[in-house]
Design a protein around this ligand. Structure first.
Ligand code: C5P
Ligand code: C5P
Ligand code: ZN
Length: 475
């Protein structure tokens, strides 16, 4: 990986101007911030462009420009064959095209390099791109290859990994992500500590954090404000400090420990197993240079803020926040975050009211035009993780795609579980194959993948996908 990262750095240094082409989510925005800062420090003029996916229209836009080089971040690997005639560098972690249906091991990298100047992707070196390195992480490797002083960008590489939920499997960052973490902690930029895993440590009043808890779900507390308040008061934890609500981050270490112990006891008393109880705590990441109580101090909150920007058409606001704007961009990001939350809770209602259909190996719902295509994947993941969900099959979600063209297309998103991955399921290869057979395109990761398909082929797509997932699991 070091070799391909150095190759990427050399190619970039030889350019006098560049365009960074990135994905619209938290990982893509963090990757673009690393790429942009790297180019800026090299004195290379550049521009950033954001894409939901790399389709022909996106590639045409990139080909029309007169840039010396295109730097693809958090995308590109899934579309290698389409990039052959481009002067391009790719730093990505999606399952590469061509080798997608085979197991990818070290040594196969040349096969899928085509004419790309440099291709940095963990899958080419036998490293997991789902859990061990994000798009921002791959971009960071190229960045430090160009200049070791770029080690100060390591927190952005971790932000991409947390945004892509790479800490979900073991409740902490693993693999190459952990090496990046040690760079960031040694520089005193990030602190990793064992803490509660709920969302909102820095910005939510503690009782709200408990009320909105979902993984693990807290019987009688989740969704009930009064119960959450009584629970905390019963432990002697004050809800307010002066006029302001206390957040989890404002509690003393002792109060936090008392609350965690009591929550564990509560879960045990409710008959929850050890595995569920374990999910209550895990490693949390704090950006030490950020102000206490700010949405960019806790990495999980920061990543959600970036998703709120990118998934609602304002990725450039997220980029400005990553580049250090703590004034106008941050407050705009905050208001996008409020809209994002409203959109997600509305979308969950829509999905629930439409109902989930179970097939033999998959389950699905179709939101048609009622949920935006950019958040349908997040909704599928939330449904699969919600209390009482059927976790024995991956969740497939459909939404109308706003893509221009003669044919009405639909966006497909899918999310799986670690148990299904352990059984052999790979959503990236399954979705890609099913989509391609009916004239669509798709790809992604084993645990989360997406596609765009012709709307009138939905039932064929579902039938194919059910068969492919079935064969993966029984194999
Ligand atoms: O395009 P990109 O790689 O950045 O997106 C990865 C997607 O996979 C994210 O939407 C992330 O939330 C999802 N994911 C997931 N569960 C995991 C790992 C990733 O839902 N365990
Ligand atoms: O859009 P969604 O969040 O469901 O995407 C899940 C994963 O699949 C992301 O990593 C995304 O980049 C990838 N994807 C892809 N090709 C598509 C659609 C999604 O590689 N056409
Ligand atoms: Zn990513």
């Amino acid at each position: 990986m070091r070799q391909s990262a150095s190759k990427a750095a050399r190619a970039l240094k030889a350019a006098s101007n560049a365009v960074v082409a990135t994905h619209i989510d938290a990982d893509g925005i963090s990757a673009a911030a690393i790429a942009g800062t790297t180019l800026e420090r090299l004195g290379i003029n550049h521009q950033t462009m954001y894409f939901k996916k790399l389709d022909n229209a996106a590639l045409e836009t990139l080909r029309e420009g007169s840039w010396d080089i295109v730097w693809f971040t958090d995308l590109g690997s899934g579309s290698l064959s389409k990039l052959e005639d481009m002067n391009a560098v790719i730093t990505d972690h999606h399952i590469p095209e061509k080798t997608a249906s085979e197991s990818i091991s070290a040594g196969q990298s040349r096969l899928c390099d085509f004419s790309i100047l440099a291709h940095v992707n963990p899958h080419l070196n036998g490293i997991s791109g789902a859990n061990h390195l994000s798009g921002a992480g791959a971009t960071f490797l190229a960045s430090i290859a160009s200049n070791e002083a770029n080690a100060d960008l390591s927190p952005l590489a971790l932000l991409g990994a947390v945004g892509d939920l790479q800490d979900q499997k073991t409740r902490r960052l693993e693999g190459l992500n952990r090496e990046v973490l040690s760079v960031a902690t040694e520089l005193g930029l990030v602190e990793a500590d064992e803490d509660i895993r709920y969302f909102g440590r820095e910005t939510r009043p503690v009782f709200k954090m408990l009320e909105y808890s979902s993984d693990p779900y807290l019987p009688r507390i989740t969704g009930r404000e009064q119960e959450a308040i009584s629970f905390l008061l019963g432990l002697g934890i004050e809800l307010k400090e002066g006029d302001s609500w206390r957040t989890w981050a404002m509690l003393s270490e002792r109060e936090r420990q008392v609350a965690i112990d009591a929550l564990k006891e509560h879960l045990t008393a409710c008959g929850k197993n050890d595995e569920t109880i374990m999910r209550l705590t895990g490693e949390s990441y704090t950006l030490l240079r950020e102000e206490a109580g700010s949405p960019v101090r806790d990495m999980k909150e920061y990543a959600t803020l970036l998703n709120a920007c990118g998934r609602h058409g304002r990725a450039e606001i997220g980029l400005r926040i990553c580049m250090g704007d703590r004034a106008a961009a941050l407050s705009e990001g905050y208001s996008l975050l409020r809209d994002h939350r409203t959109a997600l809770s509305r979308a969950l209602e829509v999905a629930k009211s439409r109902g989930i259909t179970r097939m033999k190996y998959i389950q699905y719902f179709d939101a048609e035009d009622e949920i935006e295509e950019t958040i349908i994947g997040t909704v599928a993941g939330m449904l699969l993780g919600s209390n009482g969900a059927d976790r024995t099959a991956p969740m497939i979600a459909f939404a109308e795609s706003l893509e221009p063209g003669d044919r009405q297309m639909m966006k497909v998103s899918s999310r799986g579980t670690q148990d299904l991955i352990a059984k052999g399921m790979n959503l990236s290869t399954a979705i890609r194959q099913a989509a391609e057979e009916i004239g669509g395109v798709g790809g992604g990761h084993n645990i989360a993948a997406g596609a765009t398909i012709p709307s009138d082929r939905r039932s064929d797509f579902l039938k194919l996908l059910d068969e492919i997932v079935g064969s993966q699991i029984s194999r």
